[in-house]
Design a protein around this ligand. Structure first.
Ligand SMILES: [Zn+2]
Length: 313
């Protein structure tokens, strides 16, 4: 069943509609919500929404519960290849929880929150931006981690990044829902404006595994990996020291040592290497720059350090 969960009039007799598809079977009312498309330039979730819906359709007898799929929270962004909401130049993930008596987008955000609230688990899929590629990972804050970690560990991601609460943005969909008691996991994977098929397939297995864990899927649980977590580890940030064209030599997911060569920043006019980029610490590269143009301070990589000695993982 396809429902419009929020709508607003547009200027020339058109309508902005946010839609969801509800798939329901059996007696259980336990509900998994899959949302994506808040940032219109992040498209990995589109393929995943398709895969999830099709798999459940093809095996509907296995479902005992509700799966709600919201592929496009920001449809105008998707249609116009725009990260934010095109005509207002607003990041939609900075407007939540919205309000019922506010501007058009505040009202829409408020309706989205109302519709998602009460889900047993909500998965909010993002795909970085066009500049950086991310290994499939889940991000959460320290205060929410006790509740969210057991669910996150079922999702077949490589990495769980538990942030200090000081860095939490309060106007995101996930923060709003978690504050209101709806367990919401933020997935980051791949790169903007592209579909990375292997990552979508990886997270798809995770979603099926999560449905089994939630008791809403009667099929067999797929084999999933055990993610590493950032608890008791540091994250090293590699930033460019110069402007130019970044050409990587390291690969995504590589284990590196401090000082290892990651790539060069080049000047195409003078044919000079303006910076030799090196790892700032030991660890695994889980973020790597995809877009070659860099300026002083541009993020080139993030490295997850090994567990500190004397601390249990
Ligand atoms: Zn995003």
């Amino acid at each position: 069943m396809i429902e419009t969960i929020a709508s607003a009039d547009l200027a020339v007799n058109e309508k902005l509609c946010i839609q969801k598809r509800r798939i329901q079977n059996g007696n259980s009312t336990r509900r998994l919500s899959f949302v994506t498309g808040t940032h219109g330039d992040e498209l990995e979730g589109q393929y995943l929404a398709y895969m999830l819906g099709k798999y459940i359709d093809d095996n509907i007898d296995m479902l005992d519960g509700i799966v709600d799929i919201y592929p496009a929270l920001n449809p105008m962004g998707i249609d116009s290849i725009t990260r934010g909401i095109p005509m207002f130049d607003l990041d939609m993930n900075r407007i939540f929880p919205g309000t019922r008596h506010g501007t058009m987008m505040e009202v829409i955000c408020s309706s989205i929150v109302d519709d998602l609230s009460g889900s047993d688990v909500c998965i909010d899929v993002h795909s970085s931006n066009i500049f950086l590629k991310e290994l499939p990972q889940i991000r959460m804050s320290v205060p929410t981690s006790e509740i969210l970690l057991p669910y996150a560990e079922h999702l077949n991601v490589d990495f769980i990044w538990v942030h200090e609460s000081a860095t939490v943005l309060e106007s995101t969909l996930a923060h709003t829902l978690n504050t209101r008691g709806t367990k919401t996991l933020v997935v980051e994977m791949g790169v903007g404006m592209r579909i990375t098929r292997e990552y979508c397939e990886q997270l798809f297995d995770g979603l099926v595994n999560l449905m089994v864990y939630m008791g809403i899927w009667k099929g067999e649980a797929p084999q999933v990996r055990k993610p590493v977590t950032s608890v008791n580890r540091e994250v090293g940030f590699v930033n460019s020291g110069a402007a130019g064209i970044f050409v990587p030599s390291a690969n995504f997911g590589d284990e590196v040592k401090k000082g290892d060569y990651i790539g060069d920043v080049l000047d195409p006019l003078t044919s000079a290497v303006v910076e030799r980029v090196e790892a700032v610490c030991d660890g695994m590269i889980f973020t790597l720059r995809e877009y070659p143009v860099v300026y002083g301070g541009s993020l080139i990589a993030r490295i997850l350090e090994p567990v500190k000695e004397g601390k249990a993982e």
